[in-house]
Design a protein around this ligand. Sequence first.
Ligand code: NAP
Length: 306
Amino acid sequence: MSQIYDRVALIGLGLIASSMFWAIKRAGLAGEVTGYARSEATRDTARRIGLCDRVCDTAQEAVEGADLVVLCVPVGAMGAVAKDIAPVLKPGATVSDVGSVKRHVIQAVQPHIPDGVHFIPAHPLAGTEHSGPESGFAELFDNRWCLLVPVENSDPEAIARLRALWEGMGSNVDEMDADHHDLVLAVTSHAPHLIAYTMVGVADDLRRVTDSEVIKYSAAGFRDFTRIAASDPTMWRDVFLSNKDATLEILGRFTEELFALQRAIRTGDGEHLFDYFTRTRAIRRGIIDAGQDTDAPDFGRGKAGS
Ligand code: NAP
């Protein structure tokens, strides 16, 4: 793979930025990658593990001269970071981001983007429940989707270049409108996270089942909820606060379906339950057929912990 940008600046050095750095290096997609994180502790860790060619003490220093700047901070922090770096953005540069919500980020960032700088929001649909500079790895984006969400009048050449970067990092790339993105993600990611957080919270509150029983016998479905519910609290607080409408719409539908299933259980309507579960099983099949998850029983975890 050949070099796509001379200099890339990563602002925020957590799971996504560190994975981007290792993926960029793996394929030689940039001449130099600079990085900035808010806390000295994270910057020190980054320097210690060789994350970024140059770690800077200010965001402005990291951004100066960069052809591509990627905002990799929680959604609620995007606007303030964009405002801070705006005065030093190089004419002709591209600003992008990796935020899990798009309409809110566009509203927060776009007003700060100077004329002559391209703004192309993006969202890699890849992650883990780990966070911080040491959690990243080069393969995170392999065969995962990255959605580009160009704003009005985005420059086709700048979009093509950003697309090439994400493809070079292993992703499949699609373009999507911001509002549709936020609705799709409310269904596929945001509502499921809230449900997992709730389920783990319920188990924690239920005093008739002891904590040790919950942990010891967690193989029966609960374990998969705990993985999701271990995700970063700051990131997820910001996701729900900034994708309010779509998440509430999906949760409303979820509640209706839950009531219908509750009723089927109470009235002994086995046919309803069986038909429902048959339909959902087909969705799992579709995800496997699309190459987005393993077909191995229990996600290939074998006998470990079962
Ligand atoms: P992360 O591992 O928690 O790292 C976040 C980084 O942002 C850290 O370097 C942190 O600096 C910095 N930061 C936090 N608050 C800040 C603030 N107020 N101002 C400036 N910097 C701040 O997060 P991540 O998982 O990489 O997520 C980054 C972005 O990617 C988020 O917008 C998230 O929605 C999106 N995303 C996440 C996933 C996922 O599964 N994790 C997937 C796709 C997209 P310090 O370390 O110094 O505190």
